[in-house]
Every structure is written in C-alpha cells, then in structure tokens.
Design a protein around this ligand. Structure first.
Ligand code: ATP
Length: 428
C-alpha cells in the first residue's frame, strides 16, 4: 500500500473522512468529514484565521454567500472561460485534463487522443420557483469573488485604510473533469482566501511580503519542510494582468502538488466589477486625497488540500521495541481533534471513574478533551495515536492517594507523573 492508500484507509477507519453518499455507491469528487475529521478541520480553519486575521491589525474577515448575482461570473470571466482543455482517450474513452496526460492514457496506456475541447466547470442552479421566470445562477467557482463584491462595504464600514486585506474561508464548487486522489481534487471544497488591497506602486513589496508570510505559515503547520517548495509559473503562461504567480507546493505521494496560489491580480477584478456593475470602486486616500483603483495580491489556498497534505505529513508507522509497529499521526498539536484523552485505568471501580471524570471536567473548559474507557490501556493508546491525540492521561489507583496522573506523550511515548493541579499548565 502506498501512503495515499494508507491515509485513505485510516481516514475511513477512524472517522476522519468518509466518501459522501457511500451507501449509494459514492459520488465522485464529494467527501464528508467524520466526527474526528470535523474537529481537525475546524481547528485548521481556526489556525488559519488566527494567523491571517486575529494577529493582524490590517486584515479583516467576511463570510460571503455561495450564490451571488449571476453577473458576477460574467464580470469575472468564469462564464465565458472557466475550465480545462479536455481530451478523450480513443481506446478506453476515459476523459482527462490535457495537462494531466504525459503522452499516454493514465488508464490504458494508449497514445491516441481526441483533439482537446473546452469544458466549463461552473455549477449552474436556478433562483425562483415559477417555470419560465427562474433566474439562472451559479455556485461560486472561487470564494474570492465575494471579497471583491464586499470591498466597498468594508472600506465604508470599518476603520481600515489601504493597504489592508479581506480574508474569507468558504466553499467553492467546480465541476472538475477528473476529480480524484482522495480529497485533492474535489467538486465541492473549501478555500482560504485573502485579498490584500494596495496602492499600485506597492504591489511588488506586498507580493514578496505575502509569499514569505504564506510559506512561513505552512512551515509552521507541516513537519517535513523538505516537502515544501515554491513553484513559479512560467512567464509565458501568466494571465495577461499578472506580473508574477507562485504556487506553494507540497510533495504528495504522486509528486509535487499545489497547495496554495500567490497571485498578482493587479486591478483586474475591481476593473471588471466596476464595468459590469457600473459602480465606482475607486479608493480615495484619506491622507493624501489621491484617488486610485487598488491593486490586489491574492493568497488562495485549499482547506481540504492542506488537510490531506497534513495527513501525509503526519502519518508514521514506527517499529516498537517489542517488535510490534504502531501507526501514529504526528499532526500539529493545535490541529489534533483532541488535545488530551482521559482514561480511567479500569472502568468498574467507581472511585477511579469518578476521579477521572473530575479530571475531565477540570480540563474541558480550556481544552478539547476526549473520554476513553474502552478496552485496555494499550488499545486506547493505539487508537489515540492513530487519530493524533498529543497526550493521554491515565487515572489509576495511585491517583486516589497522591492526586497525580500518568501523562503519556504521543510522539516520544514517554510517561510522566504529573499533579492534577499542574495539568493545565503542563498540557498548554
Ligand atoms: P488546480 O490547478 O489544481 O486545478 P487551481 O490553480 O485551479 O488548482 P486556484 O483556482 O488557484 O486553483 O484555487 C486556489 C486553491 O484552491 C488551490 O491552491 C487549491 O488548494 C484549492 N483548490 C482548487 N481546486 C480544487 C479542487 N478541485 N479540490 C480541492 N481544492 C481545490
């Protein structure tokens, strides 16, 4: 089994990620997060928000809708041109994005393909209930458009002045031709986006600044920094308004894979929306009185992709001294579903169970705590290792005498005796 298969199996087995509609045979490009996965994903989004919004005085957040005025997608260019060049294998008739085939069909090895055709990957829907009067609309193909739509409202309603950023985490939908590689290419997914509005003269400075900031962010999240790199888009492939573009890539089991894009969007988006909405989106500098159309540096990453890369980054199989192996997710402690698991050594001794409950209650206000009283301690460690719980606390007979518990560390497997009163400090 390769790492992708191992991670997919673990995710299913431990309630991290499930195939959507599985009882109906599943549906390509859609996945659900299970009881453990939803905790991790929420932690991951909080981690990004803390880094991008809470810690910065010049970035504010919004939460925009999935369906917008349909003209938005005309203005953005998505209605006319949002998709991939798709070819069909002449032998097995499977379809692929042209940029995915390396001479041969990935399915049957044939080298004969149809000419490429363009497909639009926007999802359509309808607003209204009366046939004939329904308005065609789209599920957003990228989350950032709502940021441009709210730009003027944010300027008018907050104390922000340029340069400043607007951040958002939200769903995007793309009718991908070849969804796959687990949650790497989905049809419904979440993006974390930040659009930084600057004076045109300051573009290069902030482009460089955000490249560095975003790489540092991923370095803080992943353990294996050798698996991170920048990929610079070739100049000849840049979209006409972009002076530069980089992807932050992580080395997935199948090769380098895009995690986030840092894009030079210039004034393209605001220009388009000014044109289509006939609303003035220029900005007046409150100090100098200068009127200009802000330029934009975009940082746009995938929550689901980062989540998947984190699983690759964290997954380890370790030989133990007794000859057994353990599977452990050495995931960032702030992303783990639970900070600590509480075990009563035995579940049929009331004093021990009550004491363990006390410990649980004393910690659960400040930390995400999980209770585990099934099976023996060895099995509980195995389970908690597989979901990446950084600490396990066992309440035993000694606890009843000296008010100490055993704290076991996920990564080193070291066990330390800690006073219950000191636990909070120890775990933080
Ligand atoms: P790709 O080239 O892989 O299709 P993209 O360059 O079209 O991606 P962007 O439009 O720049 O992607 O979107 C920003 C981020 O959103 C990507 O870096 C990725 O993390 C995430 N993303 C894009 N498409 C998908 C998808 N189909 N499934 C999951 N995440 C996605």
């Amino acid at each position: 089994m390769d790492l992708l298969q191992k991670v997919t199996a673990l995710a299913k087995r431990r309630g991290i990620i499930f195939p959507n509609s599985e009882i109906y045979g599943g549906i390509g490009g859609f996945y659900d997060y299970g009881p453990v996965g939803v905790e991790m994903k929420n932690n991951l989004k909080r981690y990004w928000w803390k880094n991008m919004v809470d810690k910065r005085e010049n970035v504010v957040g919004i939460d925009g809708t999935i369906i917008t005025h349909p003209k938005v997608w005309e203005a953005s260019g998505h209605v006319e041109n949002f998709g991939d060049e798709v070819v069909e294998c002449k032998k097995c008739h499977r379809r692929f994005r042209e940029d995915e085939i390396d001479g041969k069909c990935p399915n049957c090895g044939s080298t004969e393909f149809t000419d490429p055709r363009s497909y639009n990957i926007l999802f359509k829907t309808e607003i209204g209930v009366i046939e004939g009067e329904k308005q065609e609309a789209y599920l957003r193909g990228e989350a950032c458009q709502t940021i441009y739509l709210d730009f003027k409202n944010v300027v008018d309603s907050t104390r922000q002045t340029i340069p400043f950023g607007i951040a958002q985490i939200g769903k995007a939908f793309r009718n991908e031709v070849t969804p796959g590689k687990f949650t790497y290419r989905l049809r419904e997914f979440e993006q974390w986006d930040m659009q930084f509005f600057v004076h045109p003269d300051d573009m290069q400075e902030y482009f460089d600044y955000w490249m560095n900031e975003r790489m540092e962010f991923y370095k803080g999240l992943y353990r294996k920094h050798e698996n991170l790199r920048f990929y610079q888009h070739p100049k000849e492939k840049l979209i006409f308004y972009a002076k530069d573009a980089y992807d932050i890539e992580y080395k997935a089991p199948w090769g380098w894979a895009e995690n986030e894009g840092i894009h030079w969007r210039g004034d393209y988006d605001l220009t388009q929306h000014m044109k289509f909405s006939r609303t003035d989106l220029t900005y007046t500098d409150p100090k100098t009185g200068e009127k200009f159309l802000p330029n934009i540096v975009e940082t746009s990453g995938g929550v689901d992709r980062t989540f998947l890369m984190l699983l690759f980054d964290a997954y380890e199989e370790e030989e133990l001294e007794n000859g057994n192996t353990r599977t452990v997710l050495k995931i960032h402690k702030d992303i783990a579903a639970y900070r600590v698991a509480i075990f009563p050594l035995v579940s049929n001794k009331e004093e021990i169970v009550n004491k363990a409950r006390e410990v649980f209650d004393s910690l659960s206000d400040d930390l995400k705590v999980v209770w585990d009283a099934r099976g023996n301690i060895g099995k509980r460690y195995r389970y908690q290792d597989e979901i990446g719980t950084p600490y396990c606390i066992t309440v035993d007979y000694d606890t009843l005498n000296d008010n100490t518990v055993t704290v076991r560390d996920r990564d080193s497997m070291e066990q330390t005796r800690v006073k219950i009163d000191d636990l909070k400090e120890f775990l933080k």
